[in-house]
Ligand binder design. Structure first.
Ligand code: ADP
Ligand code: MG
Length: 265
């Protein structure tokens, strides 16, 4: 299967007055079309940096990116593929209604056609937010707000979804259900998604495959396919399977070894 996105030997360091901070070291992986990939790693290891590189917001110092096997010229990612980004905070504007919020990306891209408006209306119906379209974000629950943020992301017809710890601001119980709900909605569209999380359970429950990054500068230290014999929409059922426990124990061991490894001088 040809990959939608490939990274080959990507390295990156931040440079400022205090010197150099190496963030990514020789990262290579493929993301097949339609895959839901999770990337986990210690806090501060370079996860958000990696997403910024994929989104074309940062340019790798060395290494290459490919979209459907075609090299992505430096800084050209946004012109070659449409990227939807979801962040930790939902970034809904409080003074805009839900409808006005979800069409924001279309407005900014001057793409507010009748066809796109119809698409957004359909998404609002599919995601059970149609009745709330004239409400302000403050009138919605955390889960509904994340669904609104997802509609805003989906409205631009992204080829690739980048999710940077999008559930971290939710309390743990809400988080279980909201993350399963959002992942189900993404899967049902067949979109390719890369989810950054520091939560192992979340990675296993939601993703087809998990990549584990080392401490900074991040390199890929483990790659694990996740095959679960359970309905992923039911997070507790997933957690009660033997497959889940095997995956969790393995990832736990990899990350524990990484964290207790001797720090380079
Ligand atoms: P993560 O998302 O895994 O927590 P980041 O990718 O945000 O990590 O950051 C990786 C490392 O790079 C951190 O040590 C962070 O302090 C550093 N860093 C991030 N952004 C900058 C920047 N603009 N300038 C210098 N260092 C940065
Ligand atoms: Mg981060």
């Amino acid at each position: 299967m040809s990959a939608l996105l490939s990274l080959r030997d990507v390295s990156y360091a931040y440079h400022n007055l205090k010197g150099e901070t190496p963030a990514l070291s020789h990262i290579s992986f493929d993301v097949p079309q339609g895959e839901f990939l999770a990337i986990v790693g210690p806090s501060g290891c370079g996860k958000s940096t990696l997403l910024s590189i994929i989104a074309g917001l940062l340019i790798p110092e060395t290494g290459d990116l490919f979209y459907k096997d075609q090299p992505i010229a430096r800084g050209n990612a946004g012109n070659i593929m449409k990227i939807g980004y979801m962040l930790q905070r939902d970034h809904l504007f409080e003074w805009r209604t839900i409808y006005q919020n979800v069409i924001l990306g279309l407005e900014l891209n001057r793409a507010l056609t009748q066809e796109n408006r119809d698409h957004v209306t359909q998404l609002l119906k599919d995601y059970d937010l149609y009745a709330f379209r004239d409400k302000k974000p403050s009138e919605l629950s955390g889960g509904m707000r994340q669904r609104a943020a997802l509609i805003r992301t989906m409205a631009i017809h992204p080829d690739l979804l980048l999710l940077d710890e999008p559930f971290s601001a939710l309390d743990s119980q809400t988080r279980l259900n909201v993350s399963a709900d959002i992942a189900h909605l993404i899967r049902s569209t067949g979109k390719t998604a890369v989810l950054i999380t520091h939560d192992l359970s979340e990675a296993i429950t939601l993703a087809d495959r998990v990549l584990v990054l080392s401490r900074r500068p991040a390199s890929v230290i483990c790659e694990m396919p996740v095959r679960l014999n359970a309905d992923r929409q039911d997070p507790m059922a997933v957690r009660n399977t033997a497959e889940y426990r095997l995956c969790f124990n393995h990832l736990w061991e990899v990350l524990t070894n990484e964290q207790t490894a001797v720090q380079p001088a």
